[in-house]
Design a protein around this ligand. Structure first.
Ligand code: GLC
Length: 424
């Protein structure tokens, strides 16, 4: 009798440990803004499939998360099955042979529901390396109560924004001495490239001319936009502190009621309007980013994708997880509870989603026209050159813009040459 029980217990233990071993998935993601929501959606997957997902949470910044994920892939880490990939990573991860192509799992017709820009960003040399999770684009958040009080409509040009910010900050000084006009992401990291690209493109500037392999950092229209940020924004309507801000810090200032305008991504809507997190809940609205005279508003394409490591030994299981996470059902939860902008167009037509996020009706049009960062395998190196240039250029009142741009253009030319020599 005792022996029988022992044998049964031993068998059960072996079965559980085997099942555990084969049903475990390793997933690396960056630090989320709403961790409780992630626990919930990953929890649903675990309950419904019996698979246990071991999550490794990396740093929040895209630049730092990139360092973590690429390190693992360089080491062919077997404890990495699925990872989140920024919208700029696919060409690099595909060319390096780190990400698995997903074409065999994800048929052509299934792509129709996604924004074409997001699918394009995941495609390299005709193959698909990521499934868009959410798409994103830069937006202008503003305090509708303050704009109304001073009789302003939301600004359409950068000059108007600066003037409105100045007037409001001066008018509110007594009641709110900490109030600044503008908050955004100006630390030296990937977010800086996104923000600066919006200034540059909205002045009819140009990014890398990839086809003709020309660097364009020093173009007069580009430098004019950079000069505006240096002379009119940093240390003026924005504190010098913004030079150290990523998304969380810039948002924090805004939800404390210490900024009139904020440039951020769609997720900031839910947090700024949540009375448990924000002192300005109900007082916030969004609009498209301003432009310079003769230019057009430009919103940088952002967003995150699910990707599968080429070194994963559990590709089918990894796909089951990716399919679940990018399904309309999960995109709906993220849209409703975190105002994350779905990468699937159909979710924008869902009445429950629209009820919770009335601003999504406008967003869908913004997301049809977002502007991508250059798609190139050596993008991180290109971005690092831009990050250094922009940060130096806007950090000092008398920074030698032309000289700095010339140096940066030289570095980009060298990079493009390297890329060409490597046949990329
Ligand atoms: C957001 C965007 C991502 C961008 C990053 C920069 O996470 O979705 O594309 O690179 O911000 O900080």
């Amino acid at each position: 009798m005792f022996l029988n029980k022992l044998v049964i217990t031993l068998c059960l233990c072996m079965w559980v440990s085997q099942a555990g071993a084969s049903e475990t998935l390793h997933f690396v993601m960056w630090k989320p803004n709403q961790p409780e929501l992630w626990d919930r959606i990953v929890g649903i997957f675990e309950r419904e499939t019996g698979v246990s997902v071991i999550r490794e949470i990396g740093p929040h910044s895209s630049t730092a998360a990139h360092a973590l994920v690429t390190q693992k892939l360089k080491n062919r880490d077997p404890k990495l099955d699925v990872f989140m990939m920024d919208v700029t990573w696919p060409p690099e991860f595909a060319a390096a042979g780190w990400a698995s192509s997903l074409d065999r799992f994800f048929a052509e017709e299934q792509r129709q529901d996604f924004f074409p820009g997001a699918i394009r960003a995941c495609t390299f040399r005709g193959k698909l390396y990521g499934i868009p999770f959410w798409t994103s684009g830069g937006l202008l958040y503003y305090r509708k109560d303050l704009l109304q009080k001073y009789g302003f409509d939301p600004p359409t040009t950068w000059e108007q924004l600066v003037r409105q910010a100045d007037t409001i900050v001066r008018g509110e000084r007594k009641d709110n001495p900490a109030l600044k006009g503008y908050s955004g992401q100006f630390k030296q990291y990937e977010g800086l490239v996104c923000d600066m690209q919006e200034f540059v493109l909205s002045n009819n500037g140009r990014l890398l001319d990839y086809e003709s392999r020309k660097s364009t950092i020093g173009l007069p229209a580009n430098l004019q936009a950079v000069r505006f940020v240096r002379d009119r924004i940093i240390g003026k309507i924005a504190s010098r502190g913004v030079l150290t801000y990523e998304e969380p810090e810039s948002l924090h200032v805004f939800i404390q009621g210490h900024a009139v305008f904020l440039r951020n991504w769609p997720y900031a809507w839910a947090i700024s309007n949540d009375p448990n997190k924000s002192r300005v809940a109900g007082l916030v609205d969004i609009t498209v980013l301003p432009h310079f005279p003769g230019g057009q508003s430009a919103s940088t394409l952002g967003g995150w994708q699910f990707a599968m490591s080429r070194f994963s030994t559990k590709k089918q299981l990894a796909w089951t997880f990716i399919e679940f996470m990018t399904s309309p059902r999960i995109q709906k939860i993220l849209a409703i509870d975190a105002s994350q902008a779905p990468a699937r167009k159909s979710v924008y037509r869902d009445p429950e989603v629209l009820e919770k996020n009335p601003h999504f009706a406008k967003l869908s049009a913004v997301f049809e026209n977002t502007r991508p960062r250059p798609a190139m395998p050596l993008y991180p190196l290109y971005s690092a050159i831009l990050q250094r240039f922009y940060h130096k250029a806007i950090s000092h009142e008398r920074s030698p813009l032309e000289k700095l741009a010339e140096q940066a253009d030289d570095q980009v030319r060298y990079l493009l040459q390297l890329q060409e020599e490597a046949g990329m």
